[in-house]
Design a protein around this ligand. Sequence first.
Ligand code: SF4
Length: 243
Amino acid sequence: MAGGKSNQAKPAEIYRRLRRAYPDAACALHHRNPFELLAATILSAQCTDVRVNLVTPGLFARYPGPREFAGADLARVEQAIRSTGFYRNKAKAMVGASKLLVETFAAQVPQTMDELLQLPGVARKTANVVLGNAFGKNEGVVVDTHVARLSGRLGLSRQSDPVKIERDLMALFPREDWTMLAHLLIFHGRRVCAARRPACDGCVLSGICPKIGVAGGAGKPGSRRGAAPGGAGGGKPGRPHAL
Ligand code: SF4
C-alpha cells in the first residue's frame, strides 16, 4: 500500500507538474529496435545511460541482433561491454536471452510480460522498459533507483521492494501514464531530487512534497535498499539473478 493521505502528495498534481517541467522526458537509452533496447537495458544496470550509449554503437555493429549474440563467444562479448561494469553477468544475460529469443521466439523480442520474463536475466523492470518504450505498452512502471527514492520522498509508497513500489504506483496513476511516469521521476531524480542533496528550494514539487526522509521533511527516512539501482535499466547485476 502507498503511504497515508497526510504524507501523500496528489499523484495527478505530481504528474502534471513534472510533465510541464520535463516536456522532453523520454527513454535515454539509444536504440533502433526492441532488441537493442532490451540489450541496452541489461547493460544499464549499475551503469549510467551515457556510458551505455557510448558502448552500444560498436557492440551492435559487431552483433547486430539476437542471432549474432546467440552465436557469440562469451569472452568477446564480455570484453566489448567491460566498461559498463558487472560485465560477466551482463554478457551471460545478453547471450542467454538471445539464445532463447532465437530458439523460442523466432529471433523476435516478445511483446508480453510473461514471455519477456522467461528470458534469462530479465525481470519486471527490464520488461517494463521494453514494453513501454519499444512497444508502447503500459504493463507496469519501471522502478529504478530514482523512481524508488522519489516514490518514498513523495509519499507514494512506503515499500522498499521494487515490485511492491511498482504495485503502489500502478494503483495511484492511470495506466496510460505509467511509462511516462517513470521517465518523469527519473528525470527529476537526476536533475533535482538527487539522492544525497535534493534541491528542494527550487523544486516544482516543493509545495506538495512531504519530503519523507529528507532533512526538515515530514517523515522518517525509509529504507530504499531493496530498490533496483541503475539507470533506465538497473537491477543488481553483481548477483546472478534477473535484472
Ligand atoms: S521537494 Fe525535495 S524531496 Fe520533494 S521532490 Fe522536490 S527535491 Fe525531492
